[in-house]
Write a protein that binds this ligand. Structure first.
Ligand code: ACM
Ligand code: ZN
Length: 760
């Protein structure tokens, strides 16, 4: 009871603080007090800064102000509208910004603090109306020192100009680290003078039209033509460019896995048990993805050390990321050299061999005065050396547990919250990508510290990172689409004080940012305006719920097939009951304008609609998606499909009473590219009592159909020879087994997916 009262009080305090904070400033400042009166904004914002470092910060910020529509000039030490001074009482990245009628003062703990203060001011000016800005004092400091953005430049070689453009915008959002994922199976992106083949060979893959997971590996005689790399000069320029914006660039060199580009360039890096040379992978790579650097061969470590020497000469960051994720032990387990190493070092197994591998490279970095970061799989091998772990799997448990055990710092970038490759809105409106959804609201609302963390572990959390994997990017616009506006939500989460999240405040602030991003030509997703739907069975009917992550929109809908309109169409206020075959069309509206895409739901009502289905362990939503009257799209993750992994599926529908049955249909999906195969055999049974079932028919599907390379919906229909009466219909669908040879995902176990279950 006491706790809940405390919670209510805290919530009220947080929401009062947030609602008082100035609209338009992202990330939301830590502290804000209103002052008296207003300040007139001069036509040109002049800035005087106390010393060289502050002046440099002001000069870069003034350029960014100009790029976002505010004329600004740094004006030496003399009279200026904005006075920037250093404050010995403030810490790193901290600032105090005071707006008075006569002008603005910035006191900053360091140059970064001054830079951030000027960006807060820039946003106050952009959000101001009528040439004045309200007087106020903002006392601000970040929650986390590590506010990172990872760009995967291996899967898609992001042009350097685009990397800089993203860095520029990220700096306006007070992001402090750029983690560059420079190497992977799909391309090596950094010039290494000692190893020229890393860029003559390793930077290039074959062209493929298929989506990433459907791409077949390079065939003999094919030319690798897609890719590119950054020269060391370009990367040094990037370090300088980012540094001038208070962003440190942390390079990542992947090892021992995700290293096919390096191994394709220098095949002796692989274990000797790897028989055939490998090429840079255009996609996931099938069996080739299991090829990793040999841990038994000292030559591997010589190569890595030489590469790291050049990496360290280009990147002055204290930390170097050394990968460590998803390393198959298949070849290490068979490699005599690796086994010899395990014996000589008295290691328990190949997992500890990876611990040895990462520790050895880590020690080399330490000998050069640097430190290592690794993905959370590095914890499996019990590393002895100091390493910052990035928690990405699940909700980052490996990193948290390791931090608790070791007392070391860690960074959270859980895939389920902060991987920007994931869908950012209802999937029917999004370009194809992997996995489930990480909406703008999910990113904004993420709280890394979980209730069961100790205070000690909480204090070891260095920060958070948005990670953008680029498997589905082909252009700079594709990259921007996945980044924006989610990067703004991330920046808010990474900076604001714990417990101070305000979604509605963020929405309003975002609305002042959107035209600015637009004026800068940034491709920005509009997914936040789109409608999610949930159609659930309810006693023989279906109840349809519509929702939007924006909480400041109206939802309007039609049921006659026409496009919904701002005023004329019905206002959605509560769930709709669907009792007959019909089309619902709905969209969001604000200020009389349609905001999102029109959602069209074609409900097909049949004898099974709204009836309860039971089954044997579908991994999701079995109880309502199969008979909700809606067909899934050709994306198995669109929330309309019931899925079973690597097992036979059973499902039984209860029609409520005995009924005549003339046709039964079970919709299924085939897309071997995503390891989804249609069933080998579907058996349909009927019953009047739910206990004794009689086989009605079994249907077998051919291999070509089951393992279709592109997504295909297949209806398995059965029409009884004579009139059949039953209350229960059961399906048993046999899994097709692993993807066969000759397909991109050869050898992978498969999923079964079903939707819809139709009885006529
Ligand atoms: C990862 O997503 N494999 C770090
Ligand atoms: Zn080996």
């Amino acid at each position: 009871m006491k706790q809940s009262i405390l919670l209510i009080i805290l919530t009220i305090v947080a929401s009062v603080a947030a609602s008082a904070a100035p609209v338009g400033v992202i990330p939301q400042p830590a502290g804000w007090h209103s002052g008296h009166g207003v300040a007139e904004v001069p036509p040109v914002v002049t800035i005087a800064a106390g010393d060289k470092q502050l002046r440099e910060a002001a000069t870069v910020a003034a350029g960014q102000m100009a790029a976002t529509g505010i004329e600004a000039r740094v004006a030496g030490r003399g009279k200026a509208w904005v006075q920037v001074t250093a404050s010995p009482t403030l810490g790193a990245e901290q600032y105090r910004l005071t707006v008075r009628p006569e002008g603005v003062t910035v006191e900053a703990g360091d140059a970064a603090g001054a830079f951030y203060a000027l960006h807060t001011l820039r946003q106050l000016l952009l959000a101001s109306q009528g040439g004045t800005v309200e007087c106020c004092t903002i006392d601000d400091a970040p929650r986390f020192g590590y506010r990172g953005l990872m760009l995967d430049v291996s899967r898609y070689f992001i042009p350097m100009e685009e990397v800089k453009r993203i860095v520029d915008i990220a700096s306006m959002l007070k992001i402090s680290r750029l983690h560059l994922h420079l190497t992977d199976d799909n391309g090596w992106r950094m010039e290494i003078k000692r190893y020229p083949q890393l860029t003559t060979v390793g930077a290039w893959r074959v062209a493929r039209d298929e989506i990433f997971p459907g791409r077949m590996n390079q065939r003999e005689g094919e030319q690798a033509t897609v890719g590119g790399y950054y020269t060391q000069r370009e990367l040094r320029e990037l370090v300088k460019y980012a540094g001038a914006r208070y962003i440190e660039v942390i390079p990542e060199i992947e090892m021992p896995a995700h290293a096919i580009a390096a191994i394709a360039s220098y095949p002796t890096l692989a274990c000797p048990v790897v028989e055939k040379p490998v090429s840079v992978l255009p996609g996931i790579g099938g069996k080739d993805a299991a090829i990793v650097m040999c841990a038994g061969n000292d030559h591997t470590f010589g190569f890595i050390e030489n590469v790291l020497d050049e990496v360290m000469s280009v990147f002055p960051s204290q930390y170097i990321h050394i990968g460590g994720d998803e390393a198959s032990k298949e070849h290490w387990n068979r490699c005599p050299q690796c086994q010899e190493r395990i014996a000589a070092e008295r290691l328990a197994d190949s997992e500890e061999l990876q611990g040895y591998f990462m520790d050895r490279v880590n020690r080399y970095l330490q000998s050069k005065g640097r430190k290592a970061i690794g993905w959370d799989e590095v914890t499996y091998g019990n590393p002895k050396e100091d390493i910052v772990v990035m928690g990405w799997q699940g909700m980052g448990a490996n990193a948290v547990n390791f931090a608790a055990k070791s007392g070391r710092r860690f960074v959270m970038t859980p895939a389920r919250k902060l991987y920007f490759i994931r869908y950012q809105g209802p999937q029917w409106f999004e370009p194809f990508t992997y996995f489930g959804d990480n909406t703008l609201a999910d990113v904004h609302g993420y709280e890394p510290v979980q209730p069961d963390w100790s205070e000690a572990v909480e204090s070891q959390l260095w920060g958070v990172q948005a990670s953008l994997w680029t498997e589905f990017c082909h252009t700079p616009e594709d990259v921007e689409y996945l980044l924006f506006p989610r990067l703004l939500a991330f920046a808010d989460m990474a900076w604001r004080p714990k417990g101070s999240a305000s979604w509605s405040h963020f929405e309003r602030s975002l609305d002042t940012w959107l035209p600015v991003l637009d004026s800068m030509g940034v491709t920005c997703a509009a997914s936040m305006w789109n409608l999610y739907h949930k159609a659930r069975e309810a006693k023989g009917k279906v109840r349809l719920a519509l929702s939007c992550i924006r909480d400041d929109v109206e939802v309007r809908y039609t049921t006659d097939g026409t496009e919904p309109e701002a005023a004329a169409s019905a206002l959605y206020t509560d769930t709709l009951t669907i009792a007959q075959t019909s089309t619902v069309r709905a969209a969001t509206f604000a200020q009389g304008k349609r905001k999102g895409e029109v959602l069209t739901l074609n409900f097909g009502v049949n004898k099974a609609t709204g009836c309860r289905v039971t089954g044997n362990g579908a991994t999701n939503a079995l109880e309502y998606v199969l008979t909700n009257g809606l067909r899934g799209s050709n994306r198995c993750s669109d929330s309309e499909w019931a899925g079973w992994h690597n097992q036979t599926a059973e499902m039984t529908v209860d029609l409520g009473k005995e009924q005549e049955i003339s046709k039964i249909t079970l919709g299924t999906l085939a897309n071997s590219t995503l390891c989804v195969a249609a069933p080998a055999v579907v058996c349909a049974y009927t019953s009047t009592d739910g206990c004794n079932f009689a086989l009605l028919r079994s249907v077998a599907l051919d291999k070509e159909t089951r393992f279709a390379r592109e997504a295909r919906i297949i209806d398995v229909s059965i029409e009884p020879d004579s009139v059949t009466t039953a209350r229960y219909v059961k399906f048993v669908a046999v899994n097709s087994g692993s993807v066969p040879a000759g397909y991109a995902r050869e050898g992978s176990p498969t999923w079964l997916y079903f939707d819809e279950l139709i009885i006529e």
